[in-house]
Design a protein. Structure first.
Length: 597
């Protein structure tokens, strides 16, 4: 409606201006000197003066226009002298409104736009007829979702953890009566494409309850209050269909820590998040609604979201290991006509770092290759071809690894493990894996026997050695010039440990038990104030030298350990290549130079 008004006024203005130009330019134009000479010659009968423009009628009824170059005061005398009829023009009246309109037009336009947006916002907040503040959640009815747990493969732990929800959703009242305690919210954590959405859908498919699907980014709008109103709307709808499931994908889009960035925070996002928290707290009255959410970055979430009574239960949905990949492939090849000689474990072996979605894509791509190759069935060959195609196009963002990267990572992690096992007082190795996690290609997990409140010097030095184990293994195997960049985090950690030993924990003989800390990174109104040093350049030099010497000693120790046990290094690499994750029993076996069963 408002849009139409704006449109029509623009058209009207264009038309009037065209019409006016048309009207004036109709006449034949003659220059001023010719006009003067015509007057002189007595050819002119009549002149209508309209500002600087004059419409002239000759005695022989010819008409033309001319323009006054300057205000010529003598002109009138001239004309009177030659008995020319002079006609003035009535000041413009008809165009008065048009001119007002033109001069006010920008203002009017702004006002109209303003009104337009105001209306939208009010509709948003007040749940009017328009869909601005309505939840964008997509609703699947009770029997619309056909996905069951059988369709979700390779994440058995996660599946086990959510099974309880199905029992609850089937009969909430009974479950409560029996004393079952149900989380209000469950957060699924894992990289993209690992099947979080799929798992959520499977819960609803198994329990046969409605499913609301929404992405965190759907809440976020330009206008304050819209997101919150959408949250309210979504919960209201879901309450009507309870028991049911709400699934918020990418919750980090709304759930980021509040109040970061001093001063101008993002009001809209914070209001939306607050509304989610409010709705979750009021959950008792809406029994039977379970909120599931997915994220890849639990570290950026606002702590309030993770508090008891909210998303207090967390389920990890990691990238699948070899066995998981095999199972996922088996799920997806059911939909294609597969050659009977197809072996999913071979494909699983060759697809390290693939997520469930990557594997689904691989199967699909292989089927397309088979069609292109005019095969009656999808063969291993087609899979190989499809894999090459996917690996070539894979962005670094996904964690798909090449065989070479896999080997580098296997040596790297084996290096950490072996050093960690052979230095004194190190935390026991729990397991090592070359399945990517976060930004790391592989991880070695150490589990402390108990929480220690303080750690001694020997223990820290062991840790530094172990941190360098990864990089050193790469160096020993591939040579100094071929180490990967995968150790940057290790180096950072080792360096900061060494620095703390010298400057904070008083482990340096030369410097003694004093605090040598720069007061840095003080956060003041959004700006890091400059470093304030309390000690001299010379002290600083000594600190650097002490750090370097601690690192040198431990670096050399790690190198010696690895060189002495290079046979274990190779064996452990082979084991990692084969199993991708090795646990502490397997690690102990390898350390004792025994064959893995
Ligand atoms: P996420 O929500 O974790 O990003 P999705 O659940 O959207 O991942 O997964 C996308 C697709 O990938 C699914 O529809 C399914 O086809 C496939 N997929 C992912 N994980 C699995 C799995 N564990 N088992 C079977 N298929 C999977
Ligand atoms: Zn490392």
């Amino acid at each position: 409606m408002v849009k139409k008004i704006i449109l029509w006024s623009i058209i009207a203005i264009i038309l009037t201006s065209i019409f006016q130009n048309f009207h004036y330019n109709n006449n034949y134009v003659v220059n001023y000197s010719n006009f003067l000479s015509d007057v002189q010659k007595g050819k002119i009968r009549e002149v209508m003066i309209d500002g600087k423009e004059m419409h002239v009628i000759e005695k022989n009824n010819n008409k033309y226009s001319t323009y006054l170059p300057i205000n010529d005061p003598k002109l009138l005398d001239h004309l009177i002298q030659k008995h020319v009829k002079i006609i003035g023009k009535k000041p413009e009246e008809m165009n008065f409104f048009v001119s007002i309109f033109i001069s006010w037009f920008p203002m009017i336009l702004l006002a109209l736009i303003w009104i337009f947006f105001l209306r939208q916002i009010q509709l948003g907040a007040g749940k009017g007829a328009m869909s601005f503040g309505k939840s964008k959640a997509k609703m699947f009815k009770k029997d619309e979702i056909k996905i069951t747990f059988a369709d979700v493969a390779g994440c058995d732990e996660a599946k086990e953890e959510v099974k309880e929800l199905v029992d609850y959703l089937k009969e909430p009242k009974k479950f409560k009566k029996l004393g079952g305690k149900i989380p209000k919210g469950l957060l699924m954590i894992g990289p993209p494409g690992t099947g979080k959405t799929l798992l959520a859908k499977a819960i609803s498919g198994e329990a046969r309850v409605p499913f609301f699907l929404i992405s965190g980014s759907d809440f976020v709008e330009m206008f304050v209050g819209v997101g919150a109103s959408r949250v309210r709307d979504m919960f209201e709808n879901s309450r009507k269909s309870s028991p049911c499931i709400i699934f918020i994908d990418e919750i980090d889009a709304v759930g980021r820590k509040r109040g970061t960035g001093l001063g101008g925070g993002n009001d809209e996002r914070e209001q939306t998040l607050n509304q989610i928290l409010v709705e979750m707290d009021g959950f008792d009255k809406n029994q039977g609604v379970i909120l599931l959410a997915a994220t890849n970055r639990p570290d950026v979430l606002d702590p309030a979201l993770l508090r008891p009574g909210r998303f207090d239960r967390q389920v990890f949905v990691p990238l699948p290991d070899i066995k998981g990949r095999e199972q996922i492939l088996n799920v997806h090849i059911k939909n294609i006509s597969i050659d009977k000689n197809f072996n999913s474990s071979i494909i699983a072996r060759g697809t390290p770092g693939f997520s469930g979605a990557d594997l689904a894509n691989l199967v699909n791509e292989a089927a397309l290759c088979a069609i292109r190759n005019k095969h009656d069935f999808v063969y291993m060959k087609d899979f190989e071809q499809a894999k090459d195609k996917i690996m070539m196009g894979a962005e670094r963002k996904s964690m798909i690894m090449t065989e070479k990267e896999k080997e580098y990572t296997a040596y790297h992690e084996a290096g950490h493990v072996i050093v960690g096992k052979l230095v004194p007082k190190h935390d026991p190795v729990h397991k090592a894996t070359i399945i990517p996690r976060g930004r790391a290609l592989g991880v070695t997990f150490f589990l402390p026997k108990k929480d220690h409140l303080s750690i001694d010097k020997q223990k820290i030095e062991s840790k530094i050695s172990t941190l360098y184990g990864g990089r050193l293994a790469e160096e020993i195997i591939y040579g100094k010039d071929h180490v990967s960049t995968g150790a940057s985090n290790d180096i950072k950690l080792a360096t900061s440990l060494a620095r703390n030993m010298v400057t904070k924990w008083g482990f340096s003989k030369k410097l003694g038990p004093l605090l040598y800390q720069n007061e840095e990174e003080e956060f003041f109104l959004g700006q890091t104030t400059s470093k304030i040093s309390h000690f001299s350049n010379k002290t600083e030099e000594i600190i650097d030298r002490e750090i370097k010497s601690i690192i040198d000693i431990n670096y050399k120790r790690a190198k010696r350990i690895l060189k002495e046990n290079i046979d274990i290094l190779h064996a452990m690499k082979d084991a990692l290549m084969k199993y991708e994750t090795i646990n502490y029993t397997q690690i102990n076996c390898l350390m004792n130079r025994k064959l893995l069963s």
